[in-house]
Write a protein that binds this ligand. Structure first.
Ligand SMILES: *Cc1c(COP(=O)(O)O)cnc(C)c1O
Length: 394
């Protein structure tokens, strides 16, 4: 059976070139980069070369790059480190309702510790407004965390404007750019970010490696303590093979960005057009223009998301409803709900996220397989039957 992977927002396969790059560092070149002997020194050199590639990829300085275990840790470190370092100045944090749980739950945890929190609403496209941020800022505001691109619907936030406002007010600005890498440009100055999160496994490096960018001179403090690695900002022996992989993956996605994002956008539009042509009662979620090139989020009315995913899985298609992190719970997505989508329609949402390994054949196969699945699921749905009777009577 044909296999189609449409879940790149959950994780990506490690690129073969990236995998090849790692092999020496999980075999012969095993030294601890902190060791002064030749085994340590050769590994240190490779780690620092990777750091430079990563810094270059996002417009940063090498000393502003801190390696972490991934997006979740970077988000935690960014927000907690900024909050603790500035707690004498103020105690107010601003974030949005559509953030990843790594941000939302970190902010909620800080609220439990005594910080105050504003969670900004979004419009029907999942977009945060600059005016709402401006209005929420108080004397006590010390951190603003607004994601660059949303992992469920792909909406691109007005991060530059928010960052500039934060800078004017002397407030630290963090942005989660995990979903942006390799899809749209990520440049720390263009995004006006003081703190920025990326994660390796979302752009063809392995799981368990990420970066927190920390702008030089930012009033931020470490949240863990131990050795002097990463300038004491994130102590612990480095994930050497992860770092090497991340450097290679960065090089790869940056060099192919323009071409690949155009290719992905074309495939994405082909999916949207194909679905809208073939299936009635479907809505596309997210911003119509300001959105990621590789992501499609659909509400398919009168279809239950879980049954749809299961049926697609039976046909070899890996997709997702909402985000992978919430897929083990049956609660509808907090992102879709905050966009004003009904719980019932949020349950029927389907996220398709494309990547390097997808092509036209995948899209055509998906479109051929989807229509009969929807027909079958709707035929079993009492809601659909009732609605069809109502439409006929109207
Ligand atoms: C996947 C993801 C994360 C978490 O990254 P991990 O490396 O899996 O911890 C954080 N934010 C966003 C937007 C994500 O998509």
């Amino acid at each position: 059976m044909k296999k189609v992977y449409f879940d790149h927002s959950a994780t990506t396969p490690v690129h073969p070139i990236v995998a090849e790059e790692i092999i020496p560092y999980i075999t012969g070149k095993f030294g601890n980069p902190s060791s002064v002997h030749f085994l340590g020194r050769e590994v240190r050199k490779a780690v620092e070369a990777a750091r430079e590639k990563i810094a270059q990829g996002i417009g940063a300085k090498p000393e502003e790059i801190v390696f972490t275990s991934g997006g979740t840790e970077s988000d935690n470190m960014a927000i907690k480190g900024a909050a603790y370092a500035n707690c004498r100045k103020g105690n107010h944090i601003i974030t949005s309702a559509v953030e990843h749980h790594a941000v939302l739950d970190t902010c909620e945890a800080l609220k439990e510790e005594g910080f105050t929190l504003t969670v900004l609403p979004v419009d029907k496209y999942g977009m945060v407004s600059l005016a709402a941020v401006a209005e929420a800022i108080k004397e006590q505001t010390i951190v603003i965390s607004i994601m660059h691109t949303n992992n469920e619907v792909g909406t691109i936030q007005p991060v530059y404007d928010i960052g500039r406002l934060a800078r004017e007010k002397g407030i630290l600005f963090h942005t989660d750019a995990v979903q942006s890498m390799g899809k749209i440009p990520v440049h720390v100055d263009d995004l006006e970010a003081d703190l920025l999160t990326i994660s390796g496994h979302k752009f063809y490096a392995p799981k368990g490696i990420g970066v927190l960018y920390i702008r030089q001179g930012s009033n931020w403090q470490p949240v863990s303590h131990g050795g002097s690695q990463e300038r004491r900002q994130r102590p612990g022996t480095e994930n050497v093979s992860g770092i090497i992989a991340l450097g290679k993956a960065m090089e790869l996605v940056v060099s192919e960005l323009e071409e690949e994002s155009q290719r992905l956008a074309r495939l994405r539009d082909k999916i949207i057009q194909g679905v809208l042509e073939r299936i009635p009662h479907v809505h596309v979620n997210g911003h119509p223009i300001k959105r990621l090139p590789n992501l499609v989020n659909l509400t398919i009315e009168f279809v239950e998301g879980e049954s749809l995913l299961f049926s697609l899985d039976m046909k070899g298609i890996a997709a997702s409803s909402g985000s992978a992190c919430t897929s083990d719970s049956t609660d509808p997505s907090h992102v879709l709900l905050s966009m004003g989508i009904s719980p019932q329609n949020a349950q029927g949402s389907l996220r398709l996220s494309l990547g390097r390994d997808n092509n036209d054949e995948d899209v055509e196969y998906f479109l051929d397989v989807l229509a009969p699945i929807i027909d079958r699921l709707r035929a079993m749905s009492p809601f659909f039957q009732q609605n069809m009777i109502r439409l006929r009577l109207d």
